[in-house]
Design a protein around this ligand. Structure first.
Ligand code: ZN
Length: 322
């Protein structure tokens, strides 16, 4: 009998992104080579195994698989990582208008009150923003009593902490942190694989039917950190084999890096698996299996079995792993 030799995957796994319509969306995601179906695209879910939008594999022998199926049936590609759910969700967001002020629960709260969803800690990398753009990050209340009182009295200007931002800035937004993207901001977001948001304030906006969007005040108040806990990231930079590597965060839920390559960089996939999104430029990736063009807007998985690889071109990627 002939023994079947199982060939290991030594290529990047390309994913088809999911574009999500949002009332605050716009057209900036067109810069990433995506096909548009609406003038209000707010989110591109680049790497997602969440039921609200599943990435589909675009190449190789698993072409057509959803990421969730790939995760469930081929865990070896993911270094046999032992978690029931795929841990990370990668998005690009175009905040063409202000997003509501919100907060996310942690794992314990979400699993109790949101049907086993994960909590949501986020990381933001500002790809671009308009002059004078800001974000809401944290608040000024010192006690929960004061926090509730200011919300009841609608003293939002006094309560919310706003920070000016510029392209290239980055923020760690752990669960329990009050936050909002504001108008004119294009970011890449690495987050836990969760879609649970508690809306605290929506600027009293009404939609075309005169309706306000639902708020989730009770849950938002109970999960918010009071006083606000600030998380300053100390970045580290190093150059290795032609790749400028910036380490933004090495956290409990994910680590995030930027890889900048000007001509040619050699890398080794030595993590359980890595997720990479091309945010600028174009190039090519070479592995033992072949050659793969990379362009702005591509989202790929670097499987556990990938081994050594080379990236050429003038290209920037944001990379994460659990
Ligand atoms: Zn959020």
């Amino acid at each position: 009998m002939r023994k079947k030799v199982r060939k290991e995957v030594r290529s990047p796994i390309f994913l088809q992104p999911i574009l999500q319509e949002r009332i605050w969306g716009g057209e900036k995601l067109k810069r990433f080579n995506y096909e548009f179906t609406s003038d209000f695209i707010g989110e591109c879910w680049g790497i997602s195994a969440h039921p609200h939008g599943q990435s589909i594999v675009r190449n190789g022998k698993y072409k057509g698989f959803t990421l969730e199926r790939l995760w469930n049936e081929n865990r070896k590609l993911f270094g046999n990582y032992k978690k029931r759910k795929f841990p990370i969700l990668v998005k690009i967001l175009d905040a063409n208008k202000d997003l509501s002020v919100q907060v996310h629960p942690n794992d314990e709260f979400a699993s109790l009150y949101e049907n086993g969803e994960l909590g949501k800690t986020e990381f933001w990398y500002v790809i671009d923003c308009k002059e004078g753009a800001e974000i809401v990050y944290g608040h000024h209340a010192q006690t929960k009593e004061q926090f509730i009182k200011m919300i009841e009295q609608g003293k939002w200007g006094e309560l919310l902490h706003r920070i000016p931002i510029r392209p290239g800035d980055f923020f760690y937004v752990p669960s329990g942190t009050i936050h909002a993207l504001c108008e004119g901001t294009l970011i890449l977001e690495i987050q836990q694989n969760s879609d649970t948001t508690y809306r605290l304030y929506d600027y009293d906006r009404v939609d075309s039917n005169g309706e306000k969007r639902e708020l989730h005040l009770e849950k938002a108040i109970s999960v918010s950190n009071v006083p606000h806990k600030d998380f300053q990231l100390n970045i580290q930079q190093r150059e290795e084999n032609g790749v400028k590597i910036t380490t933004f965060v090495r956290g409990k839920y994910f680590s995030v890096y930027k890889w900048s390559i000007e001509l040619k960089g050699s890398l080794l996939q030595d993590k359980v698996f890595q997720l990479a999104s091309v945010i600028e430029g174009e190039g090519r990736m070479y592995t033992i299996e072949g050659e793969f063009p990379l362009r702005k807007g591509d989202h790929i998985i670097l499987p556990a079995t990938l081994g050594k690889f080379i990236i050429t071109g003038n290209i920037t990627l944001i990379v994460s792993h659990p």
